[in-house]
Design a protein around this ligand. Sequence first.
Ligand code: GAP
Length: 494
Amino acid sequence: MDMSLTAAIIVQSSNNITKCRVAFFFLSDRVCSLNDYIIVFLPVKHRDLKMKHTDSTLMEKLTSLCKRRGFIFHSSEIYGGINGFWDYGPYGTALKRAVEQLWWSYMVETRGNVEGLDSTVICHPKVWEASGHLAKFGDMMTDCRECKARHRVDQMENPNECPNCGSDNLTEPREFNLMMKTFVGPVFDEDHAAYLRAETCQPIFVDFHHVRIAARQKLPFGIAQVGKAFRNEINPRNFTFRSREFTQMEMEFFCRDEESMDWYEYWKQERIRYYKEELQFDDEEIRIHDHGPNELAHYAKAALDIEFNFPFGWGELEGVHHRGTWDLSRHQEYSGESMEYFDQESNSKFIPTCIETSVGVDRTMLALLCHAYDEDTAETKKEGKAEDARVVLRFPAKIAPVQAAVLPLAKKLSEPAEKVYCDIRKYFRSEFDLTGSIGKRYRRQDEIGTPFCVTFDFDSLEDNAVTVRDRDSMSQERVSLDRIIDVLGKKING
Ligand code: GAP
């Protein structure tokens, strides 16, 4: 925490309070008054200075930044785009891989009782019959006969009025199945129909015994998978929040029924810890929505959503679900294969109970972008650069798409600076940038969330040291080249 930074909230004290501004000072006095202003000085952390992500213009700013800087753009844009499908560009890909790797490390690699799986997207169609997706996985929808818009009935304020044009000329609500259908083999008929998976967990249930036996696991243990899921959403919206193709990170934890509520509580706490400690979300950015009795599936003892405060409102990031024995029982029933587990401890056979944690990568990334987006003005002045304002993505260093940018101060220095870059990139996601003034290059790196810039200047040739500039505090530190990997490693990985 940088306690030397002080924020002053300046409130016009005459008339009604119409203006409230925040400015930054390096003063030790806490309270003073000045003419018709009351000035209160508060010690703050950088995170406290962050603009609120409930700002109504934030989504526009984010989508534009994401496109401009190559994080996320519309799929097939040159053909007019395809609704609900998004491509990740170079920085988006790096961020996505880092998010997936962080989750994998937290949920699988650092635990002895969770195994990995990488299954196919297309499974035997009976998988989706057994899971219940073919019979009932959908929303009620209605079409407007006037403007031709299609709506999910549960999302309409008034189910008799089109939210698009206000007409009451709507079709009868009808069920719409979200499964994406395809055909396997040369004949396009119902006998060859198959489905793109609607959730990544079903193959985990189907492969339960294969994984258990191969990994020599005993209850309790989990199986995790990261991969694509597809849903023919009626109304994709809010950027990537509701897409038709998205990536899930799911973990199914199998246990004895009598211990299942303890495990449910354990995974709830683990997942909250992950958002607060690993992704560094603030307390007020996330909340838990416990499902009431009317929201619970008939087989579930408990369920909750972890929600994030997006600019468009609270939205589900992750579900933690007590799934009982539903999935394994159904696959046993539909396949005719036993899904029972022989428990040596109790010398009995039973179908294990399952606790699930299920999160979307795309929603996590959207939440991270909202959390990270910031604009500051006053602070940038101290760098004495032409621009006054900067846009900065304050990503945690561990997942930033570029963790260290190497910047030669002048083109002449590019050869020795590139050597430093080649060394650094073996350890961290790095970038080499020599175009534009140093101030412009800092701003460019701030905008993609690079936590550290390593500047190679003329002194570097003499003292074999570089300057490491911190994205958030903009403080600069001289570091000798023989310590640079260690210093960056400590800053990035803690
Ligand atoms: N296996 C349980 C399951 O799939 P879900 O609540 O339907 O549960 C889990 O989905 C997570 O997947 C959600 O919390 C969300 O993060 C993500 N997700 C679901 N539908 C999505 C969509 N259309 N677009 C983006 N992410 C989605």
